[in-house]
Structure formats: structure tokens, C-alpha cells
Design a protein around this ligand. Sequence first.
Ligand SMILES: Nc1ncnc2c1ncn2[C@@H]1O[C@H](COP(=O)(O)OP(=O)(O)OP(=O)(O)O)[C@@H](O)[C@H]1O
Length: 325
Amino acid sequence: MSAPTGHASSRQAVLECAHLVRRFGERTAVDDVSMRIAPGETYGLLGPNGAGKTTTIRMVCGLLRPDAGSVYVAGRAMSTAAGPAKQLIGFVPQDVALYPDLSVRENLRFFGRLYRLPRRRLERRVDEVLHLVDLGSRAGDRVDSLSGGMRRRLNIGAGLVHSPTLLVLDEPTVGVDPQSRHAILESVHRFGEEGMAVLYTTHYMEEAERLCDRVGIIDRGRLVAEGTPRELVALVAERDRVRLTAVGNLTAYAKACRRMARIEGAARSGEHGDVVELVVKDARSLLPDLLDLAHEQGVGVRSVEIDEPDLESVFLHLTGTALRE
Ligand SMILES: Nc1ncnc2c1ncn2[C@@H]1O[C@H](COP(=O)(O)OP(=O)(O)OP(=O)(O)O)[C@@H](O)[C@H]1O
């Protein structure tokens, strides 16, 4: 690996994966992934769509058998059969899996019974979880009356009822409005503070940067770097992040930029594909050349921003591509 290893505590790890491999036919979806999560640590698996995040966490949760490698949860070996390791994990899938005609509280009770929680403890825990996901005021309402963001939060709550040691969340904020996104991030932050270990997958670098104690960057099935957000950003210290908003053939332009000296990564990105994101040394002196090249290629530059590097720049630097192309 080309990056700092971070500092998972030397206490017994909550999660320890070693050399995980999973193939689908000719494609290797996960290629030799190892990671370790300490108690109370929030670990972000950051990578673009198709990088192998979901496949990795399905193996972590015992939902998919690895072709090679091992998973231990609090020292217990994970397998796809029922067993003690599975009980220690709360898995929150990308898709909402709730009963629409039951109330919020009834849904949580239902998931608690699956784990055979005794009645009194279950009621206490359901109240705690309602508080944790901030749905106390909606406890009696049917799920089909909730907003999309509230359903997502309840989905997270369902993974928490049995007080797991490790909570695994698969891209919990995809497709939710900014307010719900904020509420979800706040909840996850609280879990960490309460000592739960969290494995969080995302392709939003702002989330990983804001929420995670350590981040693993995954690209094409491989963990290409790992460390605290600060350690990772240090990998691109003394570089600048340049965002060029433009019109024209930006894929070809980014490719041409990559051939220029001092450019360490260039990719088309942005929600509308109208941005070329670059990691460069000394952006200011390079700017005239970047603009000349744009002119040569018939690319019309609308604006240029030069900024401090962030995790997106690290990804660009390590893989040559953007997190969201
Ligand atoms: N059941 C499957 N059969 C065949 N290929 C699969 C299967 N599941 C995943 N893949 C492939 O494995 C690769 C990794 O997919 P995975 O879903 O793990 O990525 P991801 O990082 O979670 O992306 P996304 O956010 O889009 O889910 C992709 O190329 C995907 O097409």
C-alpha cells in the first residue's frame, strides 16, 4: 500500500479483515483487501461506484462468501452460516427494508424480536434507538407516512436494536435531501461517540472527511490508501487543487492535461460533467499553459478555482480519476 496505515488501536479489533478476494466470473470485484477497525472507531470506505465497497461489506457481514481471506468480528470468525459473529453486526443496506403498514415503533420491535431480545429490554432499547435516530416524535406513525429521509433513519435504527458491536452502513445518504443527510450524519457521529464501531461506505468525500476517524480509499477492488483524513491529505501536501468549469470535450482535455509536466491527476467530474479537476504543483504558474491547452482544444473555460487539496485530490492523485466521473 502506498499510504500511511493510520492507527487502529492495539486493543482487540472489532473488525479484522485479511486479504479478502471476491471474483464474479472474470471480474475481480475485491482484490486483497485488509482492514482493521478499533472499538469506537468510525471507518470510511471511500470509492467511486463499482469500486467494490458493497461486495466488501457483504463479505464482512457474512452475506457473501469470500474466494479468499478472512473476517473476524471481535475475535470471532465470520461465515455465511448463522453464528456469533453475525449477532455482533448491525447491517444497514442501501435499500430501505421496512414494513410500510407497521408503525415506526412496531418496526423496531419486529427487528428486536428477530434477535430474541427479552420484552423489557426490547422496549427500553426501542426507546433508546428512537432517540438515537431522532424519530421519537413519530414513534406511533406508520412507515408509509414518513418522508424518504425518515425512512432511511428508521432503516438505520433497525440495524441498531440489538446493540451491535459494529454497525455497517452502505451508502446511507444516497438520494436523500440535504436536511435528512445532515440528520443521518449527526446520528452516525453520535454512535461513534457512544463507543460503537462503524464501517461506513460512501462515494462522497465530504462525508468521509467529516465523519470518519480513518478512511480507506478503494479503487477497482483494491485498497489504495488508508489513514486519517489528515494523513491522507498530507499525501498531496504542497499541491494545489484546481477546478476548471468549462464547455467542450472535457474528457479529451483532461487526458491532454495528464500528459503535461507537473500535473499529477486530471479528470472530468462535477455533477453535470462540466468540471475538470486537477492536482498540480504550483497552480498559479501553470495556469497560462492550462488555458492555452484549453484554447487549442476548443474548450471554453468559464471559471477557475484554486484551492487546498482535499480527499478528492488524494483520490485523483492516487488513481488518476475522479471519485465521481
Ligand atoms: N453479483 C454480482 N455479479 C456480477 N458482478 C458483480 C456482482 N456484484 C458486484 N459485481 C461487480 O463487482 C464490482 C464491484 O461492485 P460493488 O457493488 O461492490 O461496488 P460498489 O463500490 O459498492 O459500487 P456501488 O456504489 O455502485 O454499489 C462491479 O464491477 C460490479 O459490477
